[in-house]
Ligand binder design. Structure first.
Ligand code: MSP
Length: 474
């Protein structure tokens, strides 16, 4: 078997339709998956939907639908959005899939049998938006800071608890010591310090089941309870590898890509549970930043939610993919706006890449140029700088590096003025820019797959023809 690369996105709640926040993580995962495929790895790229729990059940009720029927409808919106963004995931998992549910039950049973689960009473505040219990210190003005519109609900129930506290030292060692057999990376570095700091303060056990939530997977030894939605959800990363054909050897994941909002679940609770059931741990968890829109949090009540479809309509598929990843570094927070995207689209895509291809193609067509370097062999492993950006998740810098090449070719054309030449000497002058455009197309494959393919086709022998602009100006 070739080297494998298993990458996941969070599975998104189907309480609502997809928005750009979901698209952001999914595009990044797609770029990585495509990059590793180019490198010749066996890739498993998994995304999907999180369909159980209070939040989804409440949205279904508001829509006057049965939960499953509601999920079946909303999930299509996610599948469609990813298809439209040219997301090449290998599988799309839904937590209502009975194959997933069965494995979840078997694993919880195993943790129970291994003595990691006990019965207890929970008293506390629950945020339905986060689907988690809050502590008093989490609150800002008595509200969850992430969901100020949803009043936290006071709950008291008898639940089953997972002995998270027992894993404190094992986890600290696994994170800090690269030689530890359970070692995993948390990136960026500042997220790792954040988690280590919290871990060292001590861990409370967590409730792993719900008596009051009907829409969930039943606890196997006590059918009056359902499994807490977050445990059901996290397990998707493992269950998929057990039932998706050809991917059964893929656990553990090389990379979980997540937003910073769900870091604790993905770097503490998840690992502790895996240890409790004797499974190996994922290698890296990378948490990207959150973006605001025109300086504001994206929210329904502010009416500023952007859907992937909005963006595709304005900027096209590759315009959307480019805008999202080039705007700010992947690991930090940033601000986006349609206005910023438009400026960047016109400057980098319409005037930059698009214009260069059109210019060179037109000259080549005039020169009736015969392409001789069709067999140009490009191999990513020969481009150290390019690969380094990927191994460090620096997508915006990788794009800037490619765009630097685009400007260089532009300058070469300005300086050598091929339009003043004819015949042989024109053909000679065009060799270099054509080769570089072919190279640029290759580098663009993970980011802008459709555009890369168009450029490759256009600049392939024997005859280069000018064509439609790749990115019409907006
Ligand atoms: N269902 C859980 C995840 C379970 S994974 C085992 C969940 N779903 S969610 O629908 O709320 O999606 C959260 C994810 O959406 C974030 O982690 C992040 O990937 C993405 N984003 C949502 N809003 C975002 C921004 N404003 N900015 C960037 N990413 C954002 O949590």
């Amino acid at each position: 078997m070739n080297k494998k690369f298993y990458v996941t996105t969070p599975i998104y709640y189907v309480n609502d339709v997809p928005h750009v926040g979901h698209a952001y993580t999914t595009i990044a995962a797609d770029v990585l998956a495509r990059y590793y495929r180019l490198l010749g790895f066996d890739v498993f790229f998994l995304t999907g939907t999180d369909e159980h729990g209070t939040k989804v059940a409440a949205s279904a009720q508001d829509a006057g639908k049965k939960p499953k029927q509601f999920c079946d409808e909303i999930v299509l919106r996610f599948i469609d959005a990813w298809k439209r963004l040219n997301i090449a995931n290998d599988y799309f998992i839904r937590t209502t899939d009975s194959r997933h549910e069965k494995i979840v039950q078997a694993l919880i049973q195993k943790a129970y049998n291994n003595g990691h689960i006990y019965k207890g009473t929970y008293k506390g505040l629950y945020c339905i938006g986060c689907e988690k219990f809050l502590t008093e210190t989490d609150l800002v003005d008595n509200r969850c800071p992430l969901h100020p519109n949803r009043k936290p609900v006071r709950q008291k129930e008898t639940n089953y608890f997972f002995k998270l506290s027992a894993f404190k030292d094992t986890l600290i060692k696994a994170i800090e010591n690269k030689k530890d057999k359970n070692h995993y990376e948390i990136l960026p570095e500042k997220r790792k310090s954040e988690i280590l700091g919290k871990l060292k303060q001590g861990l409370n056990d967590v409730s792993i089941s719900r008596a009051s939530v009907k829409w969930g997977v039943p606890v196997p030894w006590d059918k009056t309870q359902t499994i807490y939605v977050w445990f059901d959800a996290l397990l998707n990363y493992y269950t998929a590898t057990k039932f998706v054909k050809n991917k059964t050897e893929f656990w553990p994941a090389e990379l979980h890509l997540i937003g910073k909002d769900i870091l604790w679940f993905h770097t503490v609770i998840w690992q502790a549970f895996l240890l409790a059931v004797g499974l190996s741990l994922p290698k890296t968890i990378f948490a990207h930043g959150y973006f605001t829109i025109n300086g504001q949090k994206m929210s329904k009540s502010l009416g500023n939610v952007i859907s992937p479809a909005n963006l595709i309509k304005k900027f096209g598929i590759d315009g959307t993919r480019y805008s999202m990843l080039s705007e700010f570094p992947f690991g930090t927070d940033g601000d986006i706006s349609l206005e910023k995207f438009k400026i960047r689209y016109n400057a980098d895509l319409a005037n930059g890449l698009g214009n260069l291809c059109q210019r060179v193609a037109a000259l080549a067509e005039n020169a009736k140029l015969k392409i001789t370097n069709d067999k140009l062999k490009l191999q990513i492993k020969n481009y150290k700088a390019y690969s380094k950006f990927f191994s460090e998740y620096r997508f915006n810098e990788c794009l800037a590096w490619i765009w630097e090449k685009i400007s260089k070719v532009d300058r070469y054309i300005d300086q050598t003025k091929p339009w003043t030449k004819k015949g042989e000497s024109l053909a000679k002058l065009l060799e270099k820019p054509i080769r570089e455009i072919q190279e640029i197309a290759y580098f663009l494959k993970p980011f802008l797959p459709e555009t890369a393919e168009k450029i490759e086709k256009q600049f392939k022998g024997p005859k280069i023809k000018s064509g439609e602009p790749l990115f019409p100006r907006i």
